[in-house]
Design a protein around this ligand. Structure first.
Ligand SMILES: [Mg+2]
Length: 250
């Protein structure tokens, strides 16, 4: 019997390559948050000038993420937005949050692409009968990140997909790994996790008992900080011989 039945992946800088992203995170957020601002003012809500609104958004984000990282709880985007809106007296019953999230108009960030071997590796895993999953530390609901997965042609290769915003915990908290494993019906020792952040992706995978694979693409240089991955690769395709090796040991 095969030892490994499932391969789980982180999303950003594991399946998709952010090295060519056009504009920094502030520029990207500004573009999308302006859509929210325009939507709200179009609904006759009273808001300060956009730069002040954006500054308050940044302050709120920083505070909410800092708090969440203490216990690795998941930040939810709608929660962040509601905290922001509360600053302006906009209560939840005055806001159509679904419409706000639609107005945000999230999508592929220009310059971001899958790594050149992402699709071929996922296709081969499916061919060989592995179950696959995605766990991302994103505040967005999964339907927003699926806009990108779909645009990149990756969606159909991933059997289960979770964001920390939806689950309520972020990597390295064990709950988010266990949720994905439950959904796939696979035990931790029969699963591999691939990710680029030692302290999130790898530490959590190790704690839960998955085989951990650190992907260290050339544009990143992350500190291990004492975290020990079972394997380290620089390209996704290097995962395939590792799986063959693990099967050989079983
Ligand atoms: Mg990542």
């Amino acid at each position: 019997m095969a030892r490994i039945r499932a391969v789980l992946f982180d999303m950003d800088d594991t399946l998709i390559d952010w090295s060519g992203a056009q504009g920094d995170i502030t520029a990207i957020e500004t573009r999308h948050l302006r859509n929210v601002y325009n939507y709200l003012t179009g609904q006759n809500h009273q808001l300060p000038p956009f730069p002040d609104f954006f500054e308050q958004f940044r302050t709120t984000m920083f505070a909410v993420w800092a708090e969440a990282k203490k216990e690795w709880t998941g930040v939810s985007f709608s929660g962040v937005l509601q905290t922001l809106f509360d600053c302006y007296g906009l209560n939840a019953d005055q806001i159509d949050m679904e419409a706000v999230l639609q107005a945000y108009d999230w999508g592929v960030v220009p310059g971001v692409v899958p790594f050149d071997d992402t699709i071929s590796v996922l296709a081969q895993l499916k061919n060989e009968g592995y179950k696959t999953g995605l766990i991302t530390n994103s505040m967005q609901p999964i339907w927003m990140r699926e806009i990108e997965l779909s645009a990149f042609g990756l969606l159909d290769y991933l059997d289960t997909r979770l964001t920390s915003g939806d689950v309520g915990y972020m990597k390295p908290h064990p709950v988010i790994y266990r949720r994905a494993l439950e959904l796939l019906g696979v035990a931790p020792e029969a699963a591999v996790f691939v990710g680029d952040r030692p302290e999130n992706d790898i530490a959590g995978a190790n704690e839960v008992g998955l085989t951990s694979v650190l992907i260290s693409p050339p544009h990143l240089n992350r500190d291990l900080n004492g975290v020990e991955p079972n394997f380290t690769i620089s390209k996704l395709e290097e995962l395939l011989p590792i799986l063959a090796q693990l099967e050989g040991e079983s």
